[in-house]
Design a protein around this ligand. Structure first.
Ligand SMILES: Cc1cc2nc3c(=O)[nH]c(=O)nc-3n(C[C@H](O)[C@H](O)[C@H](O)COP(=O)(O)OP(=O)(O)OC[C@H]3O[C@@H](n4cnc5c(N)ncnc54)[C@H](O)[C@@H]3O)c2cc1C
Ligand code: FES
Length: 258
């Protein structure tokens, strides 16, 4: 059940060149959470920055919540400076999660950037077959300890070829489709919009079903501000309450020409 509470930051430290990890204790915010759901976080107790920022659950074990985040702008830069012991206002869990099963199909999770946290959470808590992670370079690859509980086979791509396969994560995806056969796969993706569009385009070409977690700007997170509207098969809808996870066939941007 959704809750909005003030928590105390337990830890908040850099994990690698790309990510910070923040943890806090809250049985209410950690209970019953499913991968793909998110939180709305008030970065400071003061008015500025005014709007909350959305972050996926990276882990929730019943009492502790973990967030994995990238510093992209002012809000996340301030968040990275918040010290353990200081307070944070957090509302969650919000939104609709990923499917934990895909009957008779092998599940391929395709992650990049801020899409890595929810898909690692999904891979840790459900039986996925492959986790494909695309980064710019080796320095951005998550340390092994953060992936130790993932049972899926993890494959990496880096733009500069410094780790795993050289190229975008869709290179890995195409290799996997060729190996496993398109009729056997179900794709779940989260990451930069341009990456997800390429993944959905490959899925469409091969006739592979799946779902994507869409990253619209979210101010309220609960369907009232209408700031996160997204075009679907049933017209415009709020990404925060109807998503953020949508099946490919519901998304306009998954179809050719977009
Ligand atoms: C459902 C959902 C889950 C998310 N989960 C995570 C997560 O687990 N970890 C994480 O690091 N980030 C996550 N994000 C993205 C995160 O919300 C943004 O990075 C953050 O709001 C940026 O705030 P800022 O003040 O630092 O940047 P701003 O100053 O608001 O923006 C700085 C830059 O970041 C870009 N940006 C802003 N919002 C987003 C966005 N939603 N997606 C991609 N780029 C954005 C802007 O275009 C701009 O270039 C998630 C977003 C959504 C919608
Ligand atoms: S974020 Fe306000 S309606 Fe979705």
């Amino acid at each position: 059940m959704r809750t909005d509470e003030t928590v105390l930051i337990e830890t908040n430290r850099r994990v690698n060149e790309k990510y910070f990890k923040l943890t806090f204790l809250s049985p209410r915010l950690a209970r019953g959470v499913k991968p793909g759901q998110f939180m709305q976080v008030k970065i400071t107790p003061v008015f500025d920055p005014f709007l909350r920022r959305p972050f996926s659950y990276f882990r929730a074990d019943g009492k502790r919540v973990e967030m994995l985040y990238e510093v992209l702008g002012r809000g996340t830069a301030i968040l990275s400076q918040r010290a353990p012991g200081s307070s944070l206002k957090v509302m969650g869990p919000l939104g609709k999660p990923f499917n934990a099963k895909a009957k008779g199909k092998k599940r391929v999770l395709v992650a990049g950037g801020v899409g890595v946290p929810p898909l690692v959470f999904l891979a840790e808590t459900s039986k996925a077959d492959y986790l494909l992670i695309g980064t710019k370079s080796k320095a951005e690859v998550l340390p092994k300890r953060e992936l130790a509980k993932v049972q899926a086979k993890i494959l990496y791509s880096t733009n500069d070829g410094s780790y795993g396969t050289k190229g975008f994560v869709t290179v890995l995806l195409e290799q996997l489709i060729a190996k496993e056969g398109q009729e056997n796969l179900y794709i779940q993706t989260c990451g930069p919009t341009v990456m997800m569009k390429a993944v959905m385009e490959a899925a469409r070409r091969h006739g592979i079903p799946g779902e994507a977690s869409m990253e619209e700007t979210m101010a309220c997170g609960v369907g009232t501000c209408l700031g996160c509207m997204i075009k679907t098969d049933k017209g415009w809808t709020t990404c925060c309450t109807e998503g953020p996870v949508f099946s490919f066939d519901r998304l306009e941007c998954a179809h050719a020409g977009h």
